[in-house]
Ligand binder design. Structure first.
Ligand SMILES: NC(=O)c1ccc[n+]([C@@H]2O[C@H](COP(=O)([O-])OP(=O)(O)OC[C@H]3O[C@@H](n4cnc5c(N)ncnc54)[C@H](OP(=O)(O)O)[C@@H]3O)[C@@H](O)[C@H]2O)c1
Length: 319
């Protein structure tokens, strides 16, 4: 649209011929693409991670949901290494206790707290308020909204209960946890961060097993983008939505291979490198390349593409 306007201006205002206008527009188009590519390489290979403690405060807490496995656990480990005290939130109490011990071993300097909370069973505001009441006076500087359910099957094959669980686990926890901590984060002297874990499936409306999953995950992206754009919050909270592709985890059973599937640690390291810079990111550079390539695929090819991705997913499953 902008390029068409410039072409018309060249044509009518500067008196260039149509051929000359098209040539200059083409050059401009190539220049814009080249600059975008350069910025992309700068972002993934040169830009340095922000000093997280400096940004969000030392001796503060990071709260991570879905903290005992996969991406959530890797966030806890990486943030503990960075010096944050950790609040682990998940469903299973003995797994929480075990991961809490592991975190204390990784960094004995940090404090670790656990909150057993089943997001599938507790969905109303009172249950959230009561269960998290004990940590409301902690100085929580980073919230990682990670808990979520991954894609299972085509819409027609999902039961009503399964459909419900997509909403209960992919939409409600991120919204409620954000609301729960929102006013306290706004009152902090330092900035805070709210990281919402979405998925590349949120980037496009896609068929196959991606439709319901992608729809719930695009909610995560829009919540971050919308809140992140609000000038009232911008100076106080860094919102970031992470949209990974395939990550080795308990839920997915994928095996990392360094090309199509990455480890949870890689996913988290790549994501934290983007914190404070990007409101929406594919995270690790491998996923950034994959995600950007996906945006070039024409809509007509989505059915073929999603079937191809499902095939890769099945191939990378360990069981
Ligand atoms: N892995 C991927 O390829 C991938 C790709 C894109 C996006 N994502 C997203 O990344 C997030 C994490 O996925 P993941 O693959 O790392 O998962 P995961 O390894 O299966 O871990 C899930 C975590 O969530 C907890 N959890 C599950 N159900 C819960 C419930 N009802 N209430 C409280 N906690 C519950 C589990 O705790 P318990 O041990 O107590 O069950 C576990 O700690 C999800 O939002 C997912 O959609 C994953």
């Amino acid at each position: 649209m902008a390029l068409t306007l410039i072409a018309l201006t060249n044509f009518f205002y500067f008196g260039l011929t149509l051929k000359e206008s098209i040539f200059y527009i083409f050059c401009l188009y190539i220049l814009i693409k080249a600059l975008k590519l350069l910025y992309f390489f700068y972002k993934i290979f040169i830009r340095e991670r922000k000093n997280l403690k400096g940004e969000y405060g030392s001796n503060t807490w990071a709260l991570v949901t879905g903290a005992t496995e996969g991406i959530g656990k890797a966030f806890c480990e990486e943030l503990a290494i960075a010096g944050f005290n950790i609040i682990l939130v998940s469903r299973t109490e003995d797994k929480l206790a075990k991961v809490a011990c592991e975190i204390r071993e990784i960094n004995p300097e940090v404090k670790v707290s656990i909150i057993p909370f089943n997001f599938a069973e507790k969905t109303c505001s009172d249950q959230y308020i009561n269960s998290f009441n004990e940590i409301m006076d902690y100085d929580i500087s980073i919230l990682v909204n990670n808990v979520g359910i991954t894609m299972k099957d085509k819409f027609e094959n999902l039961s009503f209960e399964e459909i419900n669980s997509y909403i209960d686990l992919n939409i409600t926890p991120q919204t409620m946890m954000t609301k729960l901590l929102f006013s306290t984060t706004l009152k902090r002297d330092k900035k805070s961060a709210i990281i919402n874990i979405s998925s590349t499936a949120s980037n496009v409306a896609a068929p196959n097993r991606f439709s319901l999953y992608g729809a719930t995950k695009s909610f995560n992206d829009y919540l971050s983008l919308g809140l992140g754009k609000d000038t009232n919050y911008k100076s106080k909270i860094d919102f970031m939505c992470v949209k990974p592709m395939m990550v080795e985890s308990f839920q997915t059973n994928y095996k990392a291979n360094g090309i199509t599937v990455i480890t949870a640690k890689q996913c988290v390291t790549g994501s934290l490198n983007c914190l404070g810079y990007d409101v929406s990111t594919f995270g690790h550079w491998i996923h950034q390349i994959q995600g950007n390539l996906l945006t070039l695929v024409p809509e007509e090819m989505f059915l073929f593409l999603t079937s191809f991705i499902v095939m890769i997913m099945k191939k990378n499953k360990t069981k």
